[in-house]
Design a protein around this ligand. Sequence first.
Ligand code: F3S
Length: 106
Amino acid sequence: THVVTEQCVRCKFAECVIYCPVACFREAGTFLVIDPEECIDCGNCVEACPADAIYPEDELPAELAPALEWNARLAAELPLATTRIAPLTDAEQWQGRPGKWDTLPA
Ligand code: F3S
């Protein structure tokens, strides 16, 4: 599977969804996740993301690896992401910042 990492948090540019040939993205308030049950590993979303937030599972950097667990867990409970999502208004301000996951409410 591919994994949306913490780099997506508070950006949610949503370019990835447009390039996904299957219905694997799920939407939370400030980020998206990929449903590992649906992802076909085409890799289109990797190039599409302006925040470089998406990695193949086997290339996940160690500091972003916790995303593997929460993509799988949250995908099961979040709604399908649509192609009409707008980026968050302060997306560029948050782009590339470390530690964004920890800024979210528990
Ligand atoms: Fe997030 Fe990048 Fe998609 S910031 S919503 S993974 S285009």
